[in-house]
Design a protein around this ligand. Sequence first.
Ligand SMILES: Cc1cc2nc3c(=O)[nH]c(=O)nc-3n(C[C@H](O)[C@H](O)[C@H](O)COP(=O)(O)O)c2cc1C
Length: 357
Amino acid sequence: MTYWDSLYIYYISGTGNARLSSQWIAEEAHKKGLKTVVQQIDRLENIIMPLPDEKPLIGFAYPTHGFNAAPIMIRFMTGFPRGLGKEIFLVNTRAGMKLYKIFMLGLTGLALVLPAFILWLKGYRCIGFRPVDLPSNWIPLHPGIRTKVIESIIARCEPIVRKFANKILCGKKVYRGLYSLPVDLLISPISAGYYLGGRFFLSKTFVASSKCNNCGICIKECPTSSIIYVRDRPYWKLTCESCMRCLNNCPQKAIEAAHGMATGMMFLISAVNARVIIWLIDSLGIQPEAWWWKLLSQFIMIGIMIAIASVIYLIMHYAMGFKPLRLLVRFTSLTAIPGWRRYKYLKDKRPKTQDKR
Ligand SMILES: Cc1cc2nc3c(=O)[nH]c(=O)nc-3n(C[C@H](O)[C@H](O)[C@H](O)COP(=O)(O)O)c2cc1C
């Protein structure tokens, strides 16, 4: 027995994992005869909302970024209208790995609790949430997982997600994500740090190498419209959420995470931060132990980090017209190492049917 007459799933997905999870859930709902609408929320455009006379179950699926929900999903939830239904569920995809025969799980942090709280404030009740450990797409950190391993990780996750879908569609409550709550709360300061600062820094680490042929696919497909042409070369704005869609899907493998440049930026940022903080303490006579200063200094340091990263990135973008510099940036990037795979397994496995069912 189902309690709803329709299922709406809103998803954002860099490399297809959240889309795949949404598809599995939609298939289970379809089998139960529910009208099912699966909606990608790229650029927060053209989004279909449930009709006023419907009794929908509403789901949200999104990747975990920096131990939190993808920022675009948080924005979408914050602006989500009230009163479109009563019950919602959440699915966060995480970085699944496999070491020998052992499946390694990702870490959720605030990626379930925060969205559940935001939607609760809007009058929705979360009847289920579930982390799903699909293959990690964080390619600047590690080379893409091999196809065989990807397949075995996906084969492990599929029954898990379908079981979850069947339970919630039958009206049962499933709070599987609560198992790791103590660890999630422990790492919540890192979630906050990533959300307020880290993600802006990461957005300034992407560059297009000389292999780029200006096909424009990265610009067209970016879910936050964060890539633009500056001097005829792709340029990443601060709004980039590092979802990895561009880096993983570039047909020329021309998009790199510039590790060398990022390391240089970090040295400069730490040096400037230390000097500014000491100077402020000395010149304003601040008590470094004061709680308000401890908090305020974090924001000052984040602001300095974002400003320095943005300025250096802009300078480098122009300076990379100079070939030796371009080569230096490229050859100090781990992603440029031959054999550093991308994760685009699911790109070619897009369903033939369009999202709306
Ligand atoms: C910038 C970035 C941050 C990430 N942070 C986390 C994290 O905190 N915890 C985790 O388990 N996975 C993390 N991941 C991995 C992704 O959440 C994971 O691969 C997810 O399944 C990708 O889903 P998608 O293909 O729908 O975008 C991160 C990936 C990226 C690119």
